[in-house]
Design a binder for this molecule. Structure first.
Ligand code: SF4
Length: 327
């Protein structure tokens, strides 16, 4: 099928509120990222994104709380204990954490995300959630991105003030990670069974991941109940086993963004992309990501916004792409 025809088919499915079939999603992902067809795809995805969201764009502000070796040693993560890349161990103290989230809230960030390594104390996170909840507007989503837990813990997280959990089944989970994929799925299902919303992106995408793999991952995440999705491109960190691979080109990241937006339709109204660029925000993404603290894509913690992509820059980028920033 020609690209224009494919895009029309995907738009029809998107407007009907349907999750796109895998075969068509793979065909969208097969379109050459620098072609006329990809331009059509990105424009269509942007238009559908504006329609689905009513033009509402959001900032996602994350803080990595612990720059500490993690014994899961995922093959792409700078914090993996086996790679010995953590030279300045640091755990942000509660006062620093509250300061960062207050700053995020004052800058209009909607998704406030506390990210940790795998075995961080849930009790500590619940205490922080309760304190942050008291500081920020009610409309803010308070999210955790941490290790594995069961339904009872998910309910405690919700009772402490959390509204959302980021947890995903990564690409090649069990091969590039030491996790049993069923363990990751069990946590996602605990989130789903609780009052919390599930956020899950296709990640971390590298050049070796085929379009079939990407499509299967995305459709699987949506079927698991992910309401907030998108993608994260892998940033190769020298010294990790996948550190000598290439990062995806910005055009390819934008093309995947567009394909996932049309595929998810109203099932995934908020589409986030890491790293966020002007191109992703005009290709179907409506969420811009700001990162601070311990960063699994870097070897030093970011006390200011990672790579200088701060709230101000992200807000300007949203506006340039036609989004109305909401909190
Ligand atoms: S990705 Fe998460 S679980 Fe894996 S090594 Fe890094 S911090 Fe640990």
């Amino acid at each position: 099928m020609k690209a224009a025809e494919l895009v029309r088919k995907a738009v029809r499915s998107c407007r009907a509120g349907q999750l796109l079939d895998r075969e068509t999603l793979v065909e969208l992902l097969d379109i050459a990222p620098d072609s006329e067809g990809a331009l059509l795809l990105r424009q269509a995805a942007h238009a559908e994104a504006l329609r689905i969201t009513g033009g509402r764009g959001y900032l996602w502000g994350a803080l990595g709380l612990d720059n500490a070796p993690c014994r899961m040693s995922c093959r792409f993560c700078s914090l993996g204990e086996k790679w010995r890349l953590v030279r300045q161990p640091k755990v942000y103290d509660d006062a620093e954490v509250l300061r960062v989230f207050q700053h995020y809230a004052e800058a209009g960030v909607h998704y406030l995300v506390l990210r940790t390594t795998e075995f961080f104390s849930i009790e500590h996170l619940c205490r922080l959630l309760a304190a942050i909840r008291g500081l920020v507007p009610k409309s803010c989503e308070l999210a955790l991105n941490t290790g594995e837990f069961d339904l009872q813990t998910a309910e405690r997280i919700a009772a402490a003030g959390g509204s959302c959990v980021y947890h995903t089944l990564r690409l090649r989970e069990g091969t590039d990670t030491a996790f049993d994929p069923q363990t990751r799925l069990a946590t996602m299902r605990a989130v789903q069974a609780s009052p919390l919303r599930l956020a899950a992106m296709v990640e971390p995408i590298g050049p070796e991941h085929g379009n079939g793999e990407i499509a299967t991952s995305f459709l699987g995440l949506v079927r698991e109940g992910a309401e907030i999705s998108g993608l994260m491109a892998r940033v190769p960190v020298p010294g990790t086993p996948l550190g000598d691979t290439q990062m995806l080109a910005p055009e390819r990241i934008a093309q995947i963004t567009a394909a996932l937006r049309l595929a998810g339709s109203g099932h995934t109204p908020d589409i986030c992309v890491h790293p966020t660029t002007d191109l992703t925000l005009s290709s179907g993404a409506n969420v811009a990501i700001i990162d601070m603290g311990a960063i699994p894509r870097d070897t030093v913690p970011a006390d200011k916004a990672w790579r200088d992509y701060d709230c101000e820059r992200a807000a300007e980028a949203l506006q340039r792409a036609g989004w109305h920033q909401c909190q």
